[in-house]
Structures are given as C-alpha cells and as structure tokens.
Design a protein around this ligand. Structure first.
Ligand SMILES: Cc1ncc(COP(=O)(O)O)c(C=O)c1O
Length: 376
C-alpha cells in the first residue's frame, strides 16, 4: 500500500560525503589509499548508499565491524575488499571464505581456527593481522606476536594480506601516546618481515591519525567519522574543512497556543512564562532525539533558532515558535545539520550531551528514513 511516511527524516547529503572524502584523501600521503570505515551502517548514514557513493569516487577498500555488516554489502552487490574489524567468531569461518571477506586476526585462537577451515576446504583466506600497539583493546601484544610468529609463518591456509593497529589518543595532538604507538607498530612490522611475512597492506591511521600524524610505511588510512563530517577531536576544528552529511528534519504536526502558567510535557518541567506558540514535532527519543535535550535542545525554523520546551517524549518534542513569523503546520524544522545558513552540528549535539559525534550519528533511529540527496 502506498502512503506518505511520518514527516520526520534524515537527509543524507552524498555530495558532502564526497567533499569529506577529498579532505581525507588530501590528508594522506599520495602513496596511501582510503579504506573507508562504513561499520554501524556507515555511522548511521546507510552502509549501502554510502559505500556505493564512495565506490563511484574510486574507493575500493571498506571496513565494517561484523560479518553481518559485510554480508549486507555483499548482498547489495558490492564486491570490493571488505575487512571485518571485529574478527571472525567461532563458526563464521566458512562464511568468510564463501563471501571472500577478510577478517582481522586478533589472537592465536582465531588464526588457528581460520587456518583449519581454509586448509580443510583447500583454500586460503586473506586476513589482516591486528596488533595492540597501545590501544589496550584487542590484537596481539608484542610478546604474544613474538611467540606466535614462528607458527604463523607455517599456516598455509592464511595469507597475511594486511598488518594493522589502532590509535588510542590521536585526537589529542600533543599526546606522546601516538608517537609511542607508531614506534611500537613499526617494531612489530619489522618482526613480521624478519620471519618472511611482508603484508601488502599496512594501516594504522583513523581520521585523527591521518589528519594529524604521518605514517610513511602505511599503504592505507582508515577514516570513519571525518567522512561523515564529524570532527575526530576538538583539536581539529580549525584544521579540517568538513561538511555535515546528515540533516535531521521534521515537520510541525501541531501548533498550540499555550497560556501563561500552563505546563508542557511529562512532569511539567516547563511552565509557560507568558502566552506562547508551541510547535509539536513528530520525533522523539526513540528516533535518537536524546531525552537530555529536554528544555535545552534547539531547532532551526525559517532562519531562527527555536528552543525545546518541556521533556522530550518517545515520539514527540515541543519547541517554542512564539518569535517565528508566519509559522504554520507542515513547516520543516531542522534539529541536526544545516538549514537557512545555520548549523547544528553533530559536534554541537555531542558537546551538549557529553558524548562524541560518532554516538550522535549512530543513534539516529532505524525508524527515521534516510533520504539521499543525489550527487548532482
Ligand atoms: C579499528 C578502527 N579503525 C578505524 C576506525 C575509524 O575511526 P574514526 O571514525 O575515528 O576515523 C575505527 C572506528 O572506531 C576503528 O575501530
């Protein structure tokens, strides 16, 4: 059946994505390619359309977090290099082989398990070996790598296609951790080469890394957030020229004349100080419009910033439009992104919510349809 959707949507500006890709490419050495991080549904922007757009601009290496995310891309016909950052869990080996997916190998156990299945099928699987150069999360520590290398070089079912690590503090430009991680990474790479393993791909840098720190040995950089217009850290505000890709918009469902003293929304945490005109939008915290915006969020309507009044509900939010001229039901309010030359960025949300723009974008709910603005 054909019917119009609830008028709340996230506009995805693919031209802005391409602009941000160029910024990432400009930040890398010319010898490096971009491995675009499109995990978590491309940070909430839609993995398939984002990947296709980046493909059209020449990107042919992509990283996701899970097997399921990789399969979504394969099923959409994307046959480029796909790296699964989260590794290969027990029982998933066959799927990696069938769909030609590359797992990161995070430990001895998964290396041996993948090798057994590859050998059993008379195949080889390309993998990226991940080392922990200081992130303190997953991957081989130096001593673990040293102990494992003799055995690793004998595993005929694996091709060590890539060697990688992840940076913990690259968003802080004065941190010594990154230089220590870079040094450690190169030491471990050398250990690998000494046993005759020479991975074709070497990669360390995320958005912050590629924008602030070089890596002359690297063949790839793995940006995520900067592709979507989010800053990798406060230090990058003046260094990067990024454009917002996601714009969250909703149309006014009701206009209400509220008399002075009336309470608005759950708990009556807002009481009208004077007679007011209040717009009700069909969007709420179930859509990713965080409840912490109660009484302090903002929208843009007709070039005016309008404040949220009362608590954000699961499906509704109220804003004061008393000072907006000619407001009417159906007018479009922008809660995230740009409108009329004004911007409420993912980083603005993040500062207000005490989080990072990564989480802001990922939390825009599934029930918010994504509308893709063509490249033009
Ligand atoms: C292993 C790995 N590489 C690259 C990235 C991309 O990082 P960013 O979004 O900061 O560019 C991530 C994101 O969390 C990651 O986990």
């Amino acid at each position: 059946m054909n019917y119009p959707p609830r008028p709340t949507w996230a506009e995805i500006d693919l031209a802005a994505l391409c602009h941000n890709l160029r910024q990432a490419q400009n930040g890398c050495l010319t010898s490096q390619r971009i491995m675009a991080v499109v995990k978590a549904d491309a940070y909430g922007h839609g993995a398939v359309p984002v990947t296709r757009t980046l493909q059209s601009k020449g990107v042919c290496d992509f990283a996701v977090a899970t097997l399921e995310e990789a399969l979504e891309l394969r099923q959409a016909g994307i046959d480029d290099n796909l790296l699964v950052l989260g590794g290969c869990f027990p029982g998933q080996e066959g799927a990696f082989l069938t769909y030609d997916l590359m797992p990161t190998v995070l430990d001895v156990e998964s290396a041996l398990r993948i090798n057994i299945e590859s050998v059993r099928l008379g195949r080889q699987l390309k993998v990226h070996l991940k080392v922990d150069s200081g992130m303190g999360r997953v991957g081989f520590l130096l001593q673990q790598l040293r102990d494992f290398l003799p055995q690793l070089s004998q595993l005929d079912g694996l091709v060590i296609e890539g060697f990688m690590s992840h940076l913990a503090c690259a968003d802080e430009l004065d941190s010594s951790v990154t230089t220590e991680q870079q040094d450690q990474f190169l030491v471990m790479l050398q250990m690998l080469r000494e046993v005759g393993i020479s991975p074709r791909e070497i990669h360390l840098n995320n958005s912050a890394g590629l924008s602030g720190w070089g890596c002359s040995e690297c063949t790839l950089s793995r940006p995520g957030i900067m592709l979507y217009g989010g800053l990798p850290g406060d230090d990058f505000e003046t260094r990067l020229d990024l454009r917002p890709v996601m714009h969250l918009r909703s149309e006014i469902a009701q206009l209400r004349h509220i008399s002075a003293g009336s309470g608005i929304s759950y708990g009556h945490h807002f009481r009208a100080p004077s007679d007011m005109l209040v717009a009700v939008l069909p969007i709420g915290y179930a859509d990713g419009y965080n409840r912490l915006f109660s009484n302090c969020g903002q929208g843009v309507l007709s070039g005016v910033k309008i404040p949220v009044v009362g608590r954000v509900c699961m499906d509704w939010v109220m804003l004061d439009v008393s000072h907006v001229p000619d407001v009417k039901v159906g007018d479009c309010v922008t809660l995230l992104g740009s409108a009329d030359g004004m911007l409420i960025s993912g980083d603005d949300w993040a500062r207000q919510l005490g989080t990072i723009s990564y989480e802001v974008f990922c939390r825009i709910g599934h029930r918010v349809p994504r509308r893709y603005l063509p490249l033009g």
